[in-house]
Structure formats: structure tokens, C-alpha cells
Design a protein around this ligand. Structure first.
Ligand SMILES: Nc1ncnc2c1ncn2[C@@H]1O[C@H](COP(=O)(O)OP(=O)(O)OP(=O)(O)O)[C@@H](O)[C@H]1O
Length: 376
């Protein structure tokens, strides 16, 4: 059994049904077999139908049958990561002179997810718009090694930018997807199947016959992702895609984006900005922290590895109790919400053990030693 299929079977066994169905859709798309894709769409539709109640045995049978079929063509799952874009020391100062993006270098390959995090007004959108070719650079350059003649048209054709505010569309959601697919050359039966696939994949089927004004901003973001994916971009840039989503949707969209980046059907690079450090760090291959227009920290950077172990802690215990536990082996800071413990001697696991054995109630504990959170 191919590892990807075994993984989906494990999701099904452990009742991670939503994730299993999403991954079944992805796997069937990667087989490039229209019949398998339609079967996957039916499995997803039947899952949605029973979402509120108990899933019947027939759902698991059809899912398993489909997985067996997909498993016979798993050689189609192979793909090679290629270099997509290299930005060398790109910089930008706005005409008003009130903000400068300092020279930043970035490389994105197919399959990569690169997250840009930072507080409001620090230059995330400016960096993304420079990468998207929407702002003229003041310094540095962009290279697109995959494109033979990287002129403006070619770059625009292979690159998609989803802004923070989704532009309004007219008519029904579904019709707009049919149209987007058609202008990308997907016609006839394939157009119908691909739109049904996107509706299921992004959980949009119940909203298919609604208009812009009838759906929430979170579902508008999902629509925009579906519309853009039908165009098969090589590089997908999303500015604050999590801004309009609830906490569950944030995590599932991020997980989906990570899977989609590595899809065989359309492997792509993804660059996204967000203020949700933890969520982005969970799924991104690399995270850049932007502060005052400069890249302050990039995950994985050796030279900026923490000189001490750092953890965040939320507890009802008081400062004295915590200092007692640390016994001089760490510093304690309180920001009004949670404590930060910095220790040269104790690793996160050791601090946790001491807290537990000391009967300290813990409502939140996070090791941020290698996180961008250390710098905020
Ligand atoms: N077109 C523009 N002309 C002049 N200044 C601008 C322009 N666009 C943005 N700025 C300024 O550049 C700075 C960085 O803005 P940017 O939108 O890149 O930050 P951000 O990190 O994306 O913020 P947010 O999280 O609030 O979207 C801000 O001070 C902003 O006011």
C-alpha cells in the first residue's frame, strides 16, 4: 500500500473523517483519472450528507474501494521539486518616503510553503506585492528560472495573488467557477468535474448557488482560492488568508494549502502572510519575521539560534510558586496574560516535568525556543 493511501486509511480508522475525505479528493485528482475523481466527489458528497449524524458503513466501503483503485496507479504520485522564484536583495521605498522594505532575499521551490509573519504595518503586504511584481523594485531582482521568457505576461500567467480584500464578483458562485475554469482552457465535461471538485474540496457546495452578498467573508476567501486553483498557478501568493476565517477553518485551510503545494496535479510554491505565528509555523517550511521592513528572523537560521530555552506558560499559579519551581535556573517575565520562562539550564521538557511534579496547574505551555514568537 502506498504511504499516502495508508495515511488516509489511518485517518479513516481514527475518525479524522473530514481530513480523510479532503485527502481522498487530492489523491484522486493526482491520478489524473476523471472516473476516479468523480468517485471521490461522490464520496465527499456522501460524507457531507451524513456529517451531522453517524456515517453509514456504505461510506467507509466506497471510500475503501476508491482507495484500492487509487493504489493501483500510485506511480503517478511522484513529482520533483523545482526552483520557482529567487528574490535577491529586493527592496522598496514608497514615494512618500514613510516606509522602506529593506533588502530581503527569498527562494521558493515547488512544494514549498513560505510564511511571512509580523505585526500590523511592518511590511508584509509590501514584500508580497514586490514578489508578485505589483510594485516596482528599488533594488535587487527577481528570477523565475522555470519561465523561458519571464516577461510581464508570462509572470502574470503563472502567478496568482489573493489580496486581503477579495474583489466582488457578480452572479452565482458556481457560475463564476465555471467561467474561471473555461478561461483557463478547461471545457466540456472536464469543466463540470473540476468545478464540482473545487466546490467539494473547499467546502463550498452548500454555497454554490449563492451570490457575493449572500456568503460570509470566510467563504469568499475559500471561493477565491478555488477560483485561483482552477487556473493552476505555479506560485500562489496569499495576503492574510486567515484574516476572515474562524479558528478551525484557519487550521484546515493552512493544512490544505500545504497539501495543495505538494500536489502532483499542480505542484506550486506558496507564499503567505499572516499574524497567526503559531498556526503558520505549524505548516510552513520556512517562516520570515518582518519588523520595521527588515527580516528580523527566519526559522532554521543557525546564527540566530536561541542562546537559551524559551517557553510560554499560562497558569493560575503565582510568580512566587513559579520562581520556587525554577530554583534560580531561569528568568520569569509576565505580560499580564502569560509567563515567559527563559532558561540556559533547563530545556522545555525539563521545565514541564518540574511544573507537573510541583503541582502547578497548566492551561497553556509552548516551547518557543525556535519560534518567531521569541522576537515579538
Ligand atoms: N502605497 C503606499 N504608499 C505609501 N505608504 C504605504 C503604501 N502602502 C503601504 N504603506 C505603508 O507601508 C507600511 C507597511 O505596510 P504593509 O501594508 O506592507 O504592512 P503589513 O505588515 O502588511 O500590515 P498589515 O498587517 O496591517 O496589513 C505601513 O506603514 C503603510 O502605511
Amino acid at each position: 500500500m502506498h504511504t499516502r493511501i495508508a495515511e488516509i486509511q489511518s485517518y479513516l480508522r481514527h475518525n479524522d473523517h473530514s481530513l480523510a475525505v479532503r485527502r481522498i479528493l487530492d489523491a484522486s485528482l493526482d491520478t489524473a483519472d476523471g472516473a476516479l475523481l468523480q468517485e471521490a466527489i461522490r464520496v465527499s458528497q456522501s460524507y457531507r450528507q451524513y456529517k451531522q449524524g453517524e456515517l453509514p458503513a456504505s461510506f467507509f466501503e466506497s471510500a475503501q474501494q476508491l482507495l484500492n483503485k487509487i493504489n493501483t496507479v500510485t506511480e503517478r504520485f511522484a513529482y520533483q521539486s523545482t526552483r520557482l522564484v529567487t528574490a535577491r536583495d529586493i527592496s522598496k521605498t514608497y514615494g512618500s518616503g514613510n516606509f522602506s522594505l529593506q533588502p530581503i532575499s527569498i527562494q521558493i521551490n515547488t512544494g514549498d510553503v513560505l510564511g511571512v509573519v509580523g505585526e500590523n504595518g511592518n511590511g508584509k503586504t509590501t514584500l508580497l506585492r514586490c514578489m508578485a511584481g505589483q510594485l516596482a523594485l528599488d533594488g535587487g531582482n527577481l528570477e523565475f528560472p522555470l519561465l523561458e521568457h519571464p516577461d510581464h505576461y508570462d509572470i502574470k500567467h503563472h502567478l496568482a495573488f489573493i489580496p486581503q480584500r477579495i474583489p466582488r464578483w457578480y452572479g452565482l458562485l458556481k457560475d463564476n467557477l465555471h467561467f474561471a475554469a473555461a478561461i483557463s482552457g478547461i471545457t466540456g465535461e472536464e469543466n463540470r468535474i473540476m468545478v464540482d471538485f473545487m466546490l467539494e474540496r473547499l467546502d463550498l457546495t452548500p454555497y454554490a448557488h449563492l451570490t457575493w452578498t449572500q456568503i460570509s467573508s470566510g467563504y469568499r476567501t475559500r471561493f477565491e482560492i478555488a477560483r485561483i486553483l482552477l487556473q493552476k498557478p505555479r506560485l500562489l501568493i496569499l495576503d492574510e488568508p486567515l484574516a476572515n476565517l474562524d479558528i478551525n477553518a484557519q487550521q484546515s485551510i493552512l493544512t490544505d494549502l500545504r497539501f495543495m503545494a505538494k500536489s502532483v496535479h499542480n505542484p506550486m510554491g506558496i507564499l503567505l502572510s499572516s499574524q497567526q505565528l503559531h498556526e503558520v509555523e505549524k505548516i510552513a517550511d520556512t517562516v520570515l519575521l518582518i519588523k520595521n521592513g527588515s527580516c528580523l528572523f527566519r526559522t532554521g537560521e543557525q546564527e540566530k539560534t536561541a542562546a537559551a530555552f524559551v517557553i510560554e506558560l499560562e497558569t493560575t499559579a503565582n510568580r512566587e510558586a513559579l520562581l520556587n519551581i525554577l530554583n534560580g535556573n531561569g528568568e520569569l517575565q509576565f505580560n499580564g496574560g502569560f509567563y515567559t520562562i527563559t532558561s540556559k539550564e533547563l530545556q522545555a521538557q525539563q521545565i514541564l516535568t518540574k511544573l507537573v511534579t510541583g503541582n502547578i496547574p497548566i492551561t497553556y505551555f509552548r516551547d518557543i525556543t525556535h519560534s518567531t514568537k521569541r522576537f515579538i
